[in-house]
Design a protein around this ligand. Sequence first.
Ligand code: SAM
Length: 216
Amino acid sequence: MEDSFKHKGRRKRLMQELKNKGITDEHVLDAILNVPRHFFFPKDFWDEAYEDKAFPIGSGQTISQPYTVACQTQLLGVCKGDAILEVGTGSGYQAAILAYMGAQVFTIERVEELFKRTTQLFSRLRLPVTCYLGDGSIGLPSKAPFDGIVVTAGGNSLAEQLKEQLKVGGRLVLPTGNRSIQKMVLITRAVENNYKRSEHGEFKFVPLLGKYGWET
Ligand code: SAM
């Protein structure tokens, strides 16, 4: 896996583009600058990796647009050592950004082919990310509670089962709406039984499937 000057230069340009679009968290921008997004693309398409666009990764799924990854990561407010659950491993890029920021990352993917490919990639890149194959719409109760949970597929509910897997002070970032458009929602567990909710723009994700998602 080669990270050339050309790719580094393109990442610098992408980072500036995300800054211009409103990403302000320096830690997130630093991760965008340092994690080679092309590693998460098929080699024939490496040149497309630094466009601010989603891209197909097989099995009908996509690697999220860099702006979306930056926005979700900024909303998560990641601190070094935080335990973060990602629902929807996909290419592994979002998980790699979180790992770069020093989080302890747990990620779940429901498509076996993507799970296998991405698990191999993480071990090749020596990234300390723990992957699970299964239905992430139910969360990961065995590893809860989490400092943060990020859902990278579009659901249709506010995910009570995920809220309960947050620590007090923890943050859940999830796109929710209908199949074609979703609002980015941030839910913070303020105290044990009190959650605060805010909305952060509209996005378009592939559907969250499974028990608490859309039907397959
Ligand atoms: N975070 C990914 C990345 O960085 O490439 C983006 C992945 S894509 C936008 C969303 C992923 O969520 C797909 O790989 C899809 O298979 C997965 N997904 C959908 N429903 C799921 C579920 N219930 N549990 C786990 N993964 C799910």
